[in-house]
Design a protein around this ligand. Structure first.
Ligand code: AMP
Length: 195
């Protein structure tokens, strides 16, 4: 029973931590960004629609994103848990996820917020641009992605904090160190809630 969200600005290390947590908890990590990139690469209908938004650093429209997640969460491998990386990112996506979970008579166990300051995330993203050549890792697009995060996604933290579900984790440091921080915070949280 581990159902988690991973939220944080671009470059905070969500993808890397999602991989680690997926191994540690033996649950699938679902990254909407990875699914969109896969579709872009394979030139699917969804990929063609998503590409223009992604290249500009904008969010793919909620209707497309919500359909994709609804479909993914209906698959059997998520029955015992999942980690959503990069979803929800808008208030409308929170509403959709709430509905999906309510229909499945289940709920989230925790929202992991990975923090990192702006200088650090820009530095990381520019480094990644050189290593991986992602189309949305140019400086202008990086700046836009950070703005979009602040405008549309940062407000979600208050929504989940209001539900008492946010674990705030410092994303700076070695990968294994950050993973340990997350695992410890999750253990502390489940210890408290079962008392
Ligand atoms: P990521 O790899 O999570 O940074 O996502 C890369 C890009 O995919 C984002 O900049 C968006 O264009 C798109 N994307 C990923 N997840 C979402 C989402 N939940 N809602 C809208 N767009 C998304």
């Amino acid at each position: 029973m581990s159902r988690f969200l991973l939220i944080g600005p671009p470059g905070a290390g969500k993808g890397t931590q999602a991989e680690q947590l997926s191994l540690a908890f033996k649950i699938p990590a679902i990254s909407t960004g990875d699914i969109f990139r896969h579709n872009v690469k394979n030139e699917t209908e969804l990929g063609k629609k998503a590409k223009a938004f992604m290249d500009r650093g904008e969010y793919v429209p909620d209707s497309l994103t919500n359909d994709l997640v609804r479909d993914r969460l209906s698959q059997s491998d998520v029955a015992d848990g999942f980690l959503l990386d990069g979803y929800p990112r808008t208030a409308e996506q929170v509403t959709e996820l709430d509905a999906i979970l309510a229909a499945a008579e289940t709920k989230l166990d925790a929202v992991i917020l990975l923090t990192a300051d702006t200088d650090e995330v820009v530095r990381r993203l520019l480094g990644r641009a050189q290593e991986q050549g992602r189309a949305d890792d140019t400086e202008d697009v990086i700046r836009r992605r950070l703005e979009v995060y602040e405008e549309q996604t940062a407000p979600l933290i208050d929504i989940y904090a209001g539900r008492g579900q946010v674990l705030r984790i410092d994303g700076l440091g070695e990968v294994a160190e950050v993973t340990s921080r997350i695992v410890e915070a999750l253990e502390r949280q489940s210890g408290t809630s079962s008392r």
